[in-house]
Design a protein around this ligand. Sequence first.
Ligand code: CLR
Length: 391
Amino acid sequence: QAGEAVPAAQRGSWTSFLKSIASFSGDLSSLTAPPFILSPVSLTEFPAYWCERPELFAAIADAKTAEDRSLAVLRWFISTLKGQYTSRNESMGSEKKPLNPVLGELFYGYWPDKDGRGRTNLLVEQVSHHPPVTAYVIENKTKGVKLVGHNAQKTSFSSGSIMVRQVGHAILTVAPPGGRKDEYLITLPRLRIDGLWYGSPYVELAENSYVVGGGYISSIEYKGRGYFSGKSHTFKAITTPDSSAFASSSKPIPTGREHITEGTWHEESKFTKTGVEFHNVHGPKEEVTVIGGVSGGEMGEFETRNLWSAVAKGIKEGDYEAASREKSKIENDQRQRRKDEQAAGTTWPFKHFNRLESDPIYEELAKVVKLTPPVEDIYEFQENWPPTFSA
Ligand code: CLR
């Protein structure tokens, strides 16, 4: 039944929300949604999903051969998908509409050292408001593993689902002390948001994404219910040293040197030929420890958990009037800042990143699998971790 999962009093506004997205394409963040679907979490917190299994991130540096390293990168990547795409369903019952970060919003955190894996730091900055673009860096200095990326979304509506194309990419640099340095390009899958009709949205992944670098290419294909095995959240990855295998299409031609892994990304997967386990995410994840970026560990005005605290409180406690009042305050302040900047002929300076029109690493690796677009902008990290990270 339509709106089954929607509180009775909000069914009307849910149907009008669905109508508005059906006749709309672009930046979903600007649409007003009914309260039951609002999440108290800002999009700036999402990059933390990349490292909720810090031991797998660190393990990339310990792989001995180029082949093992590329499989370790793929294993870490696949193991992040459960958190990235199903965790709101687990914690809040369905996918929800995240808080739309303001320009210059900051989010800092870390995962502590444990069992010699080293400490991993996280730094996130919102580098555009409309459309939302989030830049981030995650680094384990002890191991020499670093991920720098940015994220935006292009959305459209098709036969009852929201289709999301992720714009942006990430570069993973692996350079263990005294070891070989490799750079991997990580592209992002397409999302399909289903279950809207019932008011209980969830994400399914579609088409394919790549991990390219270190002399290897992993091409990952995603399927939902009713494909491959009939199960949802299914993937099949082919990891090969043969870039010529991609000569005529995005589907590699088998050469006998490839590793094929398949399974469900939110559960486990195996090597197709041997049946040996490849990844398994049944075990617990580790949430990031959030820290303030101001010296002394305090949180500045634009740090996510501080900026949104009153809005988040309203959403969590069901006081939606307070939430929307507090949200308006933030938005009005933003509008005023943009006006003042315009009048003064200035723009908001980024704190941690430089925007560059193109990225030579992306261009080189994108060629290998003939990615479109062939050129993408990047946000280069300025290597200026706040003082609180060296404490
Ligand atoms: C952000 C980057 C992360 C992976 C990720 C997971 C879920 C995505 C999110 C990204 C972007 C925003 C998103 C969300 C799912 C739903 C939400 C597309 C890609 C949209 C804006 C909300 C739609 C509103 C309905 C749920 C009502 O690494």
